[in-house]
Design a protein around this ligand. Structure first.
Ligand code: PGA
Length: 252
C-alpha cells in the first residue's frame, strides 16, 4: 500500500513562515514522491496554503488537511468548523481525536467517532488518532485502551470504517523526543489491523500511521514495519529538510 506522510503543524505558523516552509518543501520535491503527502495546517491558513500550492507545481502532490472538525454539519456552534467548510477549502484530510484535543478539550471516544462520521459524510478523510498515556502503558493497558478507542470509531461508522486513516500516537511519545521502538509500534499496529479486519473485509485499504516524535533519523526503521503505513509528523514537519527526509524514507 502507498504510504502516507502527513504533517501536523499544530498551532504553529504565520503567513510569512508558512510561505518559507512550503517554498522550501517545493524546492525539495524535485520528483513526484511515490508516497502520499499531506500537511494539516491551522484553519486560518488553509486558503493561503491552497494558494501557495496552486502557485508551485512541485506542491501539486501535497494534499491539504485541517486539524479538527465539528461533529455537526452546520448551525449555532460558534467557533466550530464544519466538514463541508473544510471540503469547500479543498481539504482532503482532517485530523480527529488528536490526544491534545482529547486531553485539553475533553474529547471523548464518542465525540471522536461522531467527528469522523461528519468528515466522511462531507468527503473529507478523517485521520483518527488513538493512543495510550504513559500511565496506561506502564499499567499494561495499552492494548485495552487503543482497542476501546478504535471500537468507538468502528461502532459509529459501520462499513465506512474502511474510508478512514488511523494514526497510532502513543501520548508519551508526542513532542517528547521519545519514540516507540519499531517493534513496540508494530505490535500495536498489528493489534489494530486485526481489529479492523474483524470489522470490515476492506481492512487492507486502511492506512495505519505511526505518530510520536517520528523524525528524519528514525522514520525509515518505523516505516519498514509491515503494519506501519506512514507517519503523522508534528515537530519535524515544521522543518522542510526533516520533512523531506521522512518523505524520502517512505518511498517504496
Ligand atoms: P510530534 O507530534 O511528531 O511532535 O511528536 C506528533 C503529533 O502530535 O501528531
Amino acid at each position: 500500500m502507498k504510504k502516507l506522510i502527513a504533517g501536523n503543524w499544530k498551532m504553529n505558523g504565520s503567513l510569512a513562515a508558512n510561505e518559507v516552509l512550503l517554498t522550501e518543501l517545493a524546492q525539495g520535491l524535485t520528483s513526484q514522491p511515490s508516497c502520499d503527502v499531506a500537511v494539516c495546517v491551522p484553519a486560518p491558513y488553509l486558503a493561503q496554503v491552497q494558494a501557495l500550492k496552486a502557485a508551485q507545481a512541485a506542491l501539486s502532490c501535497v494534499e491539504v488537511g485541517a486539524q479538527d472538525v465539528s461533529a455537526h454539519a452546520s448551525g449555532a456552534y460558534t467557533g466550530e468548523l464544519g466538514a463541508g467548510m473544510l471540503k469547500d477549502l479543498g481539504c482532503c484530510y482532517v485530523i480527529v481525536g488528536h490526544s491534545e484535543r482529547r486531553q485539553y478539550h475533553g474529547e471523548t471516544d464518542l465525540l471522536v467517532a461522531e467527528k469522523a462520521k461528519a468528515a466522511l459524510a462531507a468527503g473529507v478523510t478523517p485521520i483518527v488518532c488513538i493512543g495510550e498515556t504513559l500511565t496506561e502503558r506502564e499499567a499494561g493497558r495499552t492494548e485495552e485502551v487503543v482497542k476501546r478507542q478504535l471500537a468507538a470509531v468502528i461502532h459509529g461508522n459501520g462499513h465506512c470504517i474502511s474510508e478512514i486513516v488511523l494514526a497510532y500516537e502513543p501520548v508519551w511519545a508526542i513532542g517528547t523526543g521519545k519514540t516507540a521502538s519499531p517493534e513496540e509500534a508494530q505490535a500495536v499496529h498489528a493489534v489494530l489491523r486485526a481489529q479492523l479486519k474483524a470489522a470490515t473485509d476492506q481492512s487492507a485499504r486502511v492506512k495505519i500511521l505511526y505518530g510520536g516524535s517520528m523524525n528524519a533519523v528514525n522514520a525509515a526503521s518505523l516505516l519498514a514495519q509491515p503494519d506501519i503505513d506512514g507517519g503523522l509528523i508534528g515537530g519535524a514537519s515544521l522543518k522542510a529538510q526533516d520533512f523531506l527526509k521522512i518523505i524520502a524514507a517512505a518511498q517504496v
